[in-house]
Design a protein around this ligand. Structure first.
Ligand code: HEM
Length: 484
């Protein structure tokens, strides 16, 4: 794993700051506008443990309907340790939207992140088969060939949306290496899953669960039904053909929790969220790493040098990307500063406590990885992109919860880390990425960290000119202290 054995954690037993009425409402509005800065301001003003308590009868704070139950903001390793370790009390939420009882939308929202107890352990064990370190290391050569071929098709000299092109490469790696091959069907399923995720977390998400032809909720219900039909048709070909390298073949050919063949609900429930998890966070990590490198030409040059020296110039041996210490530090530092999943939601399954303070059943907690990754004692000058810091620190998984921690920790750690490194090395070997000067980069949290709109860049050949010092504008500047 990326970090050292767990260290003793500081006590976190101070009472929560309680915000009610207008103060809670104001924070909710700030959050909708700029989520990470809103939580950072709340942290600076009120401390690491804030409870928005019975705000108004119905207040939506980032698509969480608060009906008389608190919304808790918590930042710091001690909170991550407490909540992520107790998965019976603290349930995760689905990446995908839910829907009315008996609907496909309800079924696709029941993947691993939301399961608890035996059902979670059962499916997690199945999913881990192709994601184990040894298996993933065996995929490196093929991963490198796929990444190189994909990046070779990127158009030079034209303006492209970096987010979109990064999606292509990360999705190719996931579909080809974890879902039995990329084809029109699997691409269409991945597109539908992404669109549904955007409907749940994006700006147009609807507060009211009205299943009507013109509402966002109605669209979710219809799109989820289309996704379910497509997915079941696609997996039908995999039935009776077990393959331990293919997550879809594993799910469809393994018994469910009752020992019987899995029903359609179990299949779509698991697969939809696996599609989402397998490329969205890696896409985020790679996009922001590229952006940080564009804005930090000295670090980019050091990384190029390491890649050239250790993997060989000309046709570099990209499959050995995981062996490069500076590349490892660059990727870790990028995910520290701009975590692909900046906030993890948890829901209390019963009346319980946090740091010894009572919270009622159904309370929602936003565990703030973005802020935990900026703890000053461990990460001095925390807003600065400084890969060198990783030569001297080894935080615990709770101090660097980018892949989460505890029983629900990301099982895709090895695959995701390798894919990001290989794809990054493939891109840097072939291209120099130009961002128009003063380009505006605004961010969104949906629930992965992403550009709010098109991220237009121009690709040049890697040996075509030198990277210039770029000044990046936009809300991303509120999160990173850039050199220019
Ligand atoms: C840079 C890449 C990645 C990052 C940063 C990342 C991060 C995370 C995080 C933070 C969680 C916890 C979410 C929560 O509980 O709220 C998670 C869960 C999960 N991730 Fe990843 N992930 C990455 C890549 C992958 C890949 C490649 C896969 C492959 C299938 C994957 C599969 C999963 C699954 C199945 C879960 C749910 C685990 C459970 O609930 O037991 N992830 N990931």
């Amino acid at each position: 794993m990326p970090v050292s054995a767990e260290k003793p954690l500081p006590p976190a037993n101070a009472p929560p700051a309680r915000l009610t009425g207008l103060a809670a409402l104001r924070l909710g509005f700030d959050f909708a506008r700029e989520p990470l800065i809103a939580t950072r301001r709340a942290h600076e003003r009120f401390g690491p443990f804030v409870m928005l308590d019975e705000a108004l009868p119905l207040v939506r704070v980032k698509r969480t309907v608060m009906l008389g139950v608190p919304l808790v903001l918590a930042a710091g390793a001690a909170f991550h340790a407490e909540l992520l370790s107790d998965t019976d009390t603290w349930r995760g939420v689905s990446l995908l939207p839910g829907g009315p009882r008996g609907s496909a939308a309800r079924r696709i929202g029941s993947g691993l992140t939301r399961l608890t107890g035996d059902a979670h352990a059962h499916y997690r064990k199945l999913v881990l088969q192709p994601l184990r370190r040894g298996h993933v290391e065996g995929l490196a050569a093929r991963m490198a060939r796929l990444a190189e071929a994909e990046v070779a098709s990127w158009p030079l000299g034209e303006a492209i949306d970096l987010w979109d092109y990064v999606r292509r490469v990360m999705r190719k790696l996931a579909l080809d290496l974890l879902f039995g091959g990329e084809d029109e069907q699997s691409r269409a399923i991945a597109d539908l899953v992404s669109a549904l995720m955007e409907r749940k977390w994006g700006a147009g998400a609807s507060a009211l669960p009205l299943n009507l032809p013109f509402t966002s909720y109605g669209r979710i219900v219809r799109d989820a039904a289309a996704l379910e039909r497509r997915m079941l048709a696609w997996v039908a070909e995999k039935r009776g053909r077990p393959d331990a390298r293919d997550l879809a073949a594993i799910i469809v050919n393994s018994a469910g929790t009752d020992g019987r063949p899995p029903d359609d609900a179990a299949i779509v429930g698991q697969l939809a969220s696996l599609f989402a998890a397998s490329s969205e966070a890696s896409q985020s990590a790679l996009t922001w790493t590229l952006l940080l490198l564009i804005a930090h030409p000295r670090i980019a040059a050091d990384l190029q040098e390491e890649i050239g020296q250790k993997l060989g110039a000309g046709a570099p041996a990209l499959e050995r990307a995981a062996e490069l210490p500076y590349l490892d530090a660059v990727v870790k530092e990028s995910m520290r500063l701009l975590p692909p999943v900046p906030i993890q939601m948890r829901v209390a399954q019963r009346d319980t406590t946090i740091a010894g303070h009572a919270v009622p059943k159904d309370s929602r907690v936003m565990l703030n990885t973005f802020l935990t990754n900026r703890a000053g004692e461990l990460y001095p000058e925390a807003d600065v992109f400084r890969p060198e810091r990783w030569a001297t620190i080894a935080p615990s998984m709770f101090e660097f919860p980018v892949f989460s921690a505890g029983p629900h920790a990301c099982p895709g750690y090895w695959f995701g880390s390798l894919a990001v490194k290989i794809a990054l090395a493939a891109i840097l070997t072939r291209c120099r990425i130009e961002l128009p000067s003063d380009a505006r980069v605004d961010y969104a949290v949906q629930p992965t960290f992403r550009p709010r709109r098109r991220l237009a860049v121009i690709l040049r050949r890697a040996d075509d000119g030198k990277p210039a010092a770029i000044r990046v504008a936009g809300t991303i500047r509120h999160l990173v202290r850039f050199p220019h």
